[in-house]
Design a binder for this molecule. Structure first.
Ligand SMILES: [Zn+2]
Length: 260
C-alpha cells in the first residue's frame, strides 16, 4: 500500500527520538548478568506489574509511558518494509536464570539490520505465555531476541511458539538449565532454528516489557510461530510461570505489517 514509506519513516523517527532520551536504560530486556537487578519486582502481588512504577522513580515509564509494550498485534497497516536481515552465527552461548526468565547470552558476532539500522545480538529469553497477542490470540511461549545499536536503542525480534514438534535448540537450553553446570560450559547453539520459515513481521515503536519500561525498543514480531513440544512448554511454565506483562494500549502509534 502507498502509505508504507512515510509511515515507516515516522516510526523510525519516533524510535530514534525516544531512544536518544533513554539510551542507557536497557533493563531486563538487555540484562547482562543475573545480579544486575535494581529494586525487586515480580509478575504478581505487591511487586507485580500494576505496582512497578511505584517501586522506583526510575520505573515511572511503566505507568506514565505512552509507547509501552506488549500490545495486541491487530489492525496493522500493510507497509513496504524491508525484510529483516538476521545474520546470526552459530556461537557458544551462556544459559542462566535471571530470576525473571531463562536467558541465553550470545557471544558477539550475530547481527540484525532493520530499517537500515545495524544491531548486535546480546541475548534471548523466554516468556510463558506470550506477551504480544496476534489478533487477540495468546501463544504458549514468546522468545525475545534482544539486539543493541551503537546509539543505545534496542531492536527486539519476537518469535511466538505454538504446540507441535519439539525444538532442538530449546531442548539444549533446558538441558543446560537443568544441569546447572560450570559457568564456562557454553553450548553451541544454531539460533536460526528458533526462527520460522516465513519472516513476515509486525513492526512498531515500543518499550521494554520489564522495569524500567524504557521506550527505547524498535519491535519486530514475526507473524509465523515456530513449534515446541508440550513438554517444552511445561518445562518453561515450571521455571517461570506467567512472566508476562499485561497488554498495553497502542495509543497514537502505527502498527505496521510487512508485505511478505
Ligand atoms: Zn522479553
Amino acid at each position: 500500500m502507498g502509505l508504507g514509506n512515510s509511515v515507516a519513516a515516522a516510526v523510525t523517527a519516533a524510535v530514534a527520538l525516544s531512544g536518544a532520551a533513554l539510551a542507557q536504560d536497557h533493563g531486563h530486556e538487555a540484562e547482562a548478568t543475573p545480579a544486575a537487578h535494581g529494586p525487586g519486582w515480580s509478575y504478581r502481588g505487591p511487586t507485580g506489574p500494576e505496582y512497578w512504577s511505584r517501586l522506583d522513580t526510575a520505573f515511572a515509564a511503566c505507568a506514565a509511558g505512552q509507547q509501552e509494550s506488549p500490545i495486541d498485534l491487530s489492525g496493522a497497516v500493510s507497509a513496504d518494509l524491508e525484510p529483516l536481515d538476521l545474520q546470526w552465527r552459530r556461537l557458544p552461548a551462556r544459559v542462566f536464570d535471571t530470576g525473571h526468565a531463562i536467558q541465553v547470552e550470545a557471544s558477539p558476532g550475530s547481527n540484525l539490520t532493520m530499517g537500515g539500522k545495524g544491531y548486535q545480538l546480546l541475548q534471548f529469553h523466554v516468556h510463558q505465555p506470550s506477551e504480544h497477542l496476534l489478533n487477540g490470540h495468546r501463544y504458549p511461549l514468546e522468545i525475545h531476541f534482544v539486539h543493541t545499536a551503537p546509539d543505545g536503542t534496542l531492536g527486539v525480534v519476537g518469535v511466538f511458539a505454538e504446540p507441535g514438534e519439539s525444538n532442538a535448540v530449546l531442548q539444549t537450553v533446558l538441558a543446560a538449565v537443568a544441569s546447572a553446570g560450570p559457568a564456562d560450559d557454553r553450548p553451541s547453539l544454531d539460533l536460526t532454528s528458533l526462527l520460522p520459515e516465513q519472516r513476515g513481521y509486525f513492526r512498531y515503536a515500543g518499550s521494554l516489557t520489564t522495569p524500567p519500561c524504557s521506550e527505547t525498543v524498535d519491535w519486530a514480531v514475526l507473524a509465523e510461530p515456530i513449534t515446541v513440544s508440550d513438554d517444552q512448554i511445561e518445562a518453561f511454565a515450571r521455571l517461570h510461570p506467567g512472566n508476562t506483562r499485561p497488554l498495553q494500549p497502542l495509543n497514537r502509534r502505527f502498527l505496521l505489517r510487512s508485505g511478505q
